[in-house]
Design a protein around this ligand. Structure first.
Ligand code: GLU
Length: 458
């Protein structure tokens, strides 16, 4: 995977190990390109620790880690408003439970496939380990498209989905939450059906719940705020801050909205955001309250922002990454920044990129940012705030308590600071100072891998 001419024997052994493992993954998961991409980034990043310690190879850690403990696929049949039968595919991957019960969101989007669920579940293992909280890695979802569906259709779909999923989950086994296409409304329907079938109020089985039935204050804000808290730490390392910076955020869902809100609170001007139809540009700074209303309440297209702000502009087919900015926060979806887009951001003077979405930068884009010394916060570290507060929601549920907004937000800040410190010191320990991709992957991997060794061959 890297230049072998100058390698030590240990480095060569580590390189051979990851090359063999990656070859096997490609053979065993043909066509699962997103999963292969997530694995490639990870394997390349952890090579320094494999070179330093042969125990991981001896214990077959990579072979085990890359094979999900369980992969569940099921039919979800439901009736649409015309009384017609619709069929979707449901998934749950229970990837790794060495440090805690499987934990991770559900994504409802037409692009959801085995490959997408596996890449997300794999990332989740290390992200969850980085939070410092006892949660394993899992993920799920469906190729169901909530867009354009009535409330009743959403409810019937969620009920059918949960009728199967419920037998696989529970507060000590597997705890789903939201992701793209799964927000407060869907979580409510999913939890209702779970409770009805199981006949027990296991609030801690799902996170991201509404406040009256066991949700946590600050869970809605957590992923977006967390991305900003992480970026604050990255900026501090070069004596910078958000004050006076120009920021571009892609997406306009839950992560994007609260990243915009917090960046503005810290004195930045966020000039653009997007949805799947295009992007809006407002040079005076986005009206985040209006975006919340459009997206969280009205479920409208981002273009309708212009009705209240006619001086802003809308680009249907434009590239949001061509807008010059100091800080870029990809918060939409996987592979939304390629090498050419990364290079354009760099040419336009970007100083920091932090990933609010999962795997939004492809491998070549990451390489371009790193080659140009751009501060780069990888998803599994930068967006861990959402799942971290989910774990705090579980703690509140099992203690029958609810904590104040400030309390949860303070804990979130501390968690994000610690993730940054652990990632940057792991990068330093393995002689790659500043490389948070290497640091985050190694810090997450070490915790999970050492636990797997101590628990025996499973
Ligand atoms: N879907 C979110 C993520 O990618 C949150 C998961 C959770 O809260 O369990 O981490």
């Amino acid at each position: 995977m890297s230049d072998s001419a100058t390698m030590s024997a240990a480095q060569t052994a580590a390189n051979n190990y990851v090359t063999t493992i990656f070859q096997k993954i490609k053979e065993k998961s043909p066509g699962e390109v997103e999963f292969q991409q997530a694995v490639e980034e990870f394997l390349h990043a952890i090579e320094p620790i494999l070179a330093q310690d042969s125990k991981y190879e001896k214990h077959g850690i990579l072979e085990r880690l890359l094979e999900p403990e369980r992969f569940i696929q099921f039919r979800v049949a439901w009736l649409d408003d015309e009384g017609k039968v619709q069929v979707n595919r449901g998934y749950r991957v229970q990837f790794n439970s060495s440090i805690g019960p499987y934990k991770g969101g559900l994504r409802f989007h037409p692009s959801v496939s085995a490959s997408i669920v596996k890449f997300l579940g794999f990332e989740q293992i290390f992200k969850n380990a980085l939070t410092g909280l006892p949660i394993g890695g899992g993920k799920g979802g469906s190729d169901f498209d909530p867009k354009g569906k009535s409330d009743n259709e959403i409810m019937r779909f969620c009920q059918s989905f949960m009728t199967e999923l419920q037998r696989h989950i529970g507060p000590d086994t597997d705890i789903p939450a939201g992701d793209i296409g799964v927000g407060g409304r869907e979580i409510g329907y999913l939890f209702g059906q779970y409770k009805r079938i199981r006949g027990a109020y296991d609030a801690g089985t799902i996170t991201g719940k509404g406040l009256p039935y066991g949700g946590s204050l600050a869970r809605t804000e957590a992923t977006g705020y967390g991305v900003i808290y992480f970026t604050v730490e990255m900026l501090k390392s070069i004596g910078e801050s958000f004050a006076g910076k120009k920021v571009v955020v892609s997406g306009s869902g839950n992560v994007a909205i609260y990243a915009i809100e917090k960046a503005q609170e810290l004195g930045a001007t966020v000039v653009a955001c997007s949805d799947s139809s295009g992007y809006i540009y407002d040079k005076n700074g986005l009206d985040v309250e209006l975006i919340k209303e459009l997206k969280e309440v009205k479920r409208a297209r981002i273009e309708s922002y212009l009705e209240k702000h006619p001086t802003a502009s809308y680009e249907a087919n434009g590239d949001i990454w061509s807008i010059p900015c100091d800080i870029a926060l990809p918060c939409a979806t996987q592979n939304e920044i390629n090498e050419a887009q990364a290079n354009e951001l760099i040419r336009n003077g970007v100083i920091a990129v932090a990933e609010g979405a999962n795997m939004p930068s492809d491998l070549q884009a990451i390489a371009a940012f790193q080659a140009n010394n751009i501060l780069f916060g990888p998803a599994k570290a930068a967006n861990a705030g959402g799942v971290a507060v989910s774990a705090l929601e579980m703690a509140q549920n099992s203690s029958r308590m609810s904590w104040s907004f400030e309390d949860v937000d303070n804990q979130l800040q501390l968690i994000m600071q610690t993730i940054y410190q652990n990632s940057s010191s792991a990068a330093l320990d393995y002689e790659r100072p500043g490389n948070l991709v290497i640091g985050a992957n190694i810090a997450g991997f070490k915790k999970v891998a050492d636990t797997m060794i101590s628990q025996g061959v499973l």
